[in-house]
Write a protein that binds this ligand. Structure first.
Ligand SMILES: CC(C)(COP(=O)(O)OP(=O)(O)OC[C@H]1O[C@@H](n2cnc3c(N)ncnc32)[C@H](O)[C@@H]1OP(=O)(O)O)[C@@H](O)C(=O)NCCC(=O)NCCS
Length: 168
């Protein structure tokens, strides 16, 4: 593989699917998976796709609103799918879907979808440039356009937050 080819990164190159067995340690006393445990797995799934795209250290800088559509029970499987939607200069957006699967029936339900932004950092913790994302398939082009629009909103929110002092 040439150096030029190595720099070509497509969404499929870093797309990731992991499967997690929900254990009692992930759950509340009623046997339902904790929202925080789902969010942890979403963050990890996003980080893996980001590492694969950037081949750098990455940190999470933003997570858009996460909703929990259905309860996930101890003994279920949780499938995490992550895909880079758009790469910017040092940051990238990753879409993560969490799908529950009942172990005994195989019934699958979309539990959560989240958009996370990661920043690649160098050994000194400073943002460092990342490879561009090559999008060709119409669905990937649409994802990238939507990601750019979300980024504008996020940076506005960040600006407002940064200009605030403690409020509690
Ligand atoms: C990530 C971090 C290194 C960025 O440092 P910074 O001084 O804000 O750097 P910049 O302002 O140059 O931003 C770097 C990139 O992040 C993007 N960014 C920063 N905050 C963002 C936000 N809330 N949403 C989306 N993108 C954001 C910037 O747009 C920029 O992207 P680009 O280079 O692709 O255009 C710093 O904010 C940090 O360390 N944050 C804490 C991260 C962390 O601890 N995460 C949890 C544990 S993993």
């Amino acid at each position: 593989m040439t150096a030029d080819q190595e720099e070509l990164r497509r969404p499929d190159d870093s797309a990731t699917e992991t499967v997690h067995v929900v254990l009692p340690n992930d759950a509340n006393p009623l046997g339902f998976m904790l929202g925080g445990s789902v969010m942890h797995l979403i963050d990890m799934a996003g980080a893996i796709a980001s590492h694969r795209h950037t081949r750098s250290r990455v940190v999470t800088v933003s997570v858009d609103g996460v909703e929990f559509l259905h309860p996930v029970r101890v003994g279920d499987l949780l499938i995490l799918r992550s895909r880079v939607t758009c790469a910017f200069r040092t940051s990238l957006e990753v879409e993560v879907e969490a799908v529950s699967e009942e172990a005994l029936t195989g019934t699958r339900r979309l539990t959560s979808r989240a958009f996370l932004t990661f920043v690649a950092i160098d050994a000194n913790g400073r943002p460092t440039p990342i490879p561009p994302l090559q999008v060709e398939a119409p669905a990937d082009v649409r994802r990238a356009e939507a990601a750019r629009a979300r980024r504008v909103q996020r940076l506005e929110t960040r600006g407002r937050l940064a200009s605030n002092d403690f409020s509690l």
